[in-house]
Design a protein around this ligand. Structure first.
Ligand SMILES: C[S@@+](CC[C@H](N)C(=O)[O-])C[C@H]1O[C@@H](n2cnc3c(N)ncnc32)[C@H](O)[C@@H]1O
Length: 307
């Protein structure tokens, strides 16, 4: 029995005894009888109320148990699965990236065309050719540093824009482009002629051949083609193509480092490719007095300078 119930029972007992006594004192036997009847009535009413409340209580407890059971049986709310986007779906982030990329590329092309007077056609920039941002960097170096000799591995648009810049800015520079493929050499010479700068750059045919570097097996430009070069103030590394073999561009530094001018800049294209980034790392011990800088250009580039 709960404490509350015990209290009510005690109060009832007091009422049961006290009421007939008090009534008896007031009106003798009749009062006692009336008091007894009143007490019985009170007990009856209280008992009935208690029974009803107990019943209601039991129903509530039953309903509560049923509810708890239902909640327990209910399947757990599932975590929302991460939404898988269908492959190839273009997201807003993609579009923003694309927009920024094209805005930058447009700006690079505008810059290039304002730096050099390109008045005839050129191949699409950035595929087999240097990207517009690299060409801007190249022309900028040529115009500001005014080297006596420029050498590049891999001829093409880069040869043409350097020749145009030399002509435009009256820079007395010797530009030599090493080219392994006869057809491509002819193509670049034709492009130079079409732009009116044939005499500003030499496309030197240098078929790929085994080098004098003992541990390097990938062929590079025939060393005979670099024998007469000296005082190179600007060197562009953009050939031979990656597909010609492992570390295709590595020989450029070991074979030309003694032909570099005291003040020299080496611009390396395609270092976004791990193999070309690795080549640049391998040059570090060979060029201890050069600063190495990463350029965040379209295809990745490195700038090596000795001041
Ligand atoms: C990366 S390309 C040199 C690009 C050059 N620096 C320029 O800016 O145009 C290296 C070599 O790839 C070869 N090459 C260039 N364009 C080519 C093409 N469309 N298809 C096949 N080979 C190509 C040429 O032999 C070139 O010397």
């Amino acid at each position: 029995m709960s404490a509350r119930l015990r209290l009510v029972a005690a109060a009832l007992a007091v009422v049961l005894v006290a009421v007939p006594i008090v009534f008896g004192l007031v009106d003798g036997t009749t009062g006692t009888l009336v008091g007894l009847a009143f007490s019985m009535l009170a007990v009856l009413v209280t008992g009935s109320a208690y029974a009803v409340l107990k019943l209601v209580d039991r129903h509530i407890a039953q309903a509560e148990r049923r509810l708890r059971k239902e909640i327990r049986m209910r399947p757990k709310a599932q975590q929302p699965k991460p939404v898988k986007l269908p492959k190839g779906l273009v997201t807003v982030a993609h579009l923003k990236k694309e927009r920024d990329f094209h805005a930058k590329r447009t700006q690079d092309i505008v810059n290039l065309f304002s730096m050099v007077p390109i008045t005839s056609g050129i191949p699409p920039l950035g595929l087999w050719t240097a990207s517009a941002d690299l060409l801007v960097e190249l022309v900028d170096r040529l115009v500001t540093e005014r080297p006596a000799t420029v050498v590049e591995g891999g001829s093409g648009v880069s040869t043409v824009v350097m020749a145009l810049a030399a002509k435009e800015h009256g820079i007395p520079v010797k530009i030599v482009a090493l080219e392994a493929q006869p057809v491509w050499a002819e193509h670049t010479r034709a492009m130079l002629a079409r732009h009116g700068v044939a005499e500003y750059a030499e496309v030197r045919l240098a078929p790929l051949a085994r080098t004098s570097i003992a541990e390097h097996e990938t062929p590079w430009y025939d060393e005979g083609a670099i024998a007469d070069l000296s005082g190179i103030g600007l060197l562009l590394v953009d050939g031979p193509p990656e597909g010609t073999g492992e570390r295709a561009r590595y020989p450029m530094v070991p074979l030309l480092k003694d032909k570099l001018a005291d003040r020299c800049t080496i611009l390396v294209d395609d270092t976004g490719r791990p193999s070309d980034a690795d080549v640049v790392e391998r040059w570090k011990p060979l060029l201890p007095d050069f600063d190495f800088e990463v350029l965040h250009l379209d295809k990745g580039a490195a700038l090596l300078t000795r001041k």
